[in-house]
Design a protein around this ligand. Structure first.
Ligand code: M6P
Ligand code: ZN
Length: 187
């Protein structure tokens, strides 16, 4: 018999419900009430059920390793829905250390990722199960669920990247994704 132990993995990505399970996975929910100022139609947002979930975020940072070289992994699920005519989406952020990059990959559903550079130019890519997206340095990033089922995506980023939400709160994304008679449109 081998003396070398075989360990169970730290984390499991459940293929049936797109949920990360593991001892130190942190799970949080963003509700309509927590997303003040994120959507263009603030009156519609205020009129909605403030406890309605918009998206859940799961993150795992091995041993709290935020020293350079460490990686974190996450899983985000954006529920289908709209505020006014604007599709549910993440807040979006730039990294606090803005030269840090990230990968996102689509796991379920359909949507768009917005990648905005310092000049406010937005690159928009389709997100779907199997799509892979490279978030380059100095690019703010946000994901929009344009479909009728939950949009789940994975993410992997340097643990020391941090989140800068202020810049998005002040300047916003130059591109928004709205529903229309003809389907999703970019404005
Ligand atoms: C991904 C990662 C996380 C991020 C989450 C939700 O899982 O990029 O770092 O927190 O998406 O995005 P946001 O923080 O912009 O709401
Ligand atoms: Zn990021």
């Amino acid at each position: 018999m081998s003396q070398i132990p075989i360990h169970t993995p730290l984390l499991v990505f459940e293929p049936n419900n797109w949920f990360l399970t593991g001892k130190e996975v942190n799970t949080s929910l963003k509700t309509i009430g927590q997303l003040k100022g994120v959507f263009i139609d603030e009156n519609s947002r205020i009129a909605m059920n403030q406890d309605l979930p918009v998206y859940s975020v799961q993150t795992f940072q091995p041993s709290d390793d935020s020293a350079p070289g460490g990686l974190s992994i996450g899983n985000t699920t954006i529920y289908p829905g709209k505020v006014g005519n604007e599709f549910f989406m993440t807040r979006g952020h730039l990294h606090a250390k803005a030269d840090r990059t990230e990968f996102y990959w689509g796991v379920n559903g359909n949507g768009l990722i917005l990648l905005m550079n310092n000049d406010g130019d937005c690159r928009v890519e389709k997100m779907f199960a199997g799509s892979i997206h490279y978030i380059d340095r100095f690019h703010a990033h946000r994901v929009v669920n344009t479909g009728s089922v939950p949009l789940s995506f994975g993410a992997c980023w340097p643990s020391d990247a941090g989140h800068n939400y202020e810049i998005i709160e002040q300047l916003g994304f130059t591109t928004r994704v709205m529903d229309s008679k003809h389907g999703p449109v970019l404005i």
